[in-house]
Design a protein around this ligand. Sequence first.
Ligand code: FES
Length: 286
Amino acid sequence: MTTSSSERGVSLGMPELPAPAYPDDVRARLETDARAIVARYPDSRSALLPMLHLVQSEEGHVTRTGMRFCADMLGLTTAEVTAVATFYTMYRRRPSGDYQVGVCTNTLCAVMGGDAIFEELQEHLGVGNGETTADGKVTLEHIECNAACDYAPVVMVNWEFFDNQTPESAKRMVDDLREGRPVAPTRGAPLCTFKETARILAGFPDEREGAVEATGSAGPASLIGLKLAKGEAAPARVVHPRGEAPQDAPPHEPSPTEHLSSHDAPQDTSASDPAHPSGPVAEEGE
Ligand code: FES
């Protein structure tokens, strides 16, 4: 016996109604901003990414109405806009909180404590990945590498860096955000809400006093490789556990099985196992 698609609860794929338009006053305001964005580019379609940030700054996420607005303004189809908006993770597709707390759980951060931070924050906040606290303040997400591995484990709030976090510091930080207490990133501009961040990402000036000057630059951990390469840095130090004083590493003596290439695979391979019958100890052709 077969069951119909409606019995199985399967959508029949009915077309969606067109997205509602913005109210006239909102549309008029957004059009002014959109024209300023489009004027920056020789080809209007190139303005799509900042336009999506603009509509995200209006509603806190990219709605169908926002995508329709982008399509209208740029002469694109809503399918083209949707394809872009759904590709990039910086565009939210659901209503979310004032503060997007992203815990990096990519490899380096994960092993340095990112997985533990994410797990404890889920429990502490009572939300899962991509969910928002009932007060609408915090949306918790695990995020991919943010190129801040030298400060692992890293947490980002509305794309500002919170370096070298622990489960305790991260829990304190989300508590402060929810209570409205001041929270300062480790580096970069002061925090603002997700909507305000989206407007800055759309390319509009950050007019908060001192915000631009506070943007900062690469920190010592990021520059050490460059300094070593230039011969400006002292011999390498062993990374020390948080809270302990750094200690100079003894001079490095490569083992006979160690490759000196900087990009080789881990050394603990069959080739480095003296009990293994094959490997570089065997003469070619044996
Ligand atoms: S792995 Fe977390 S910032 Fe790179």
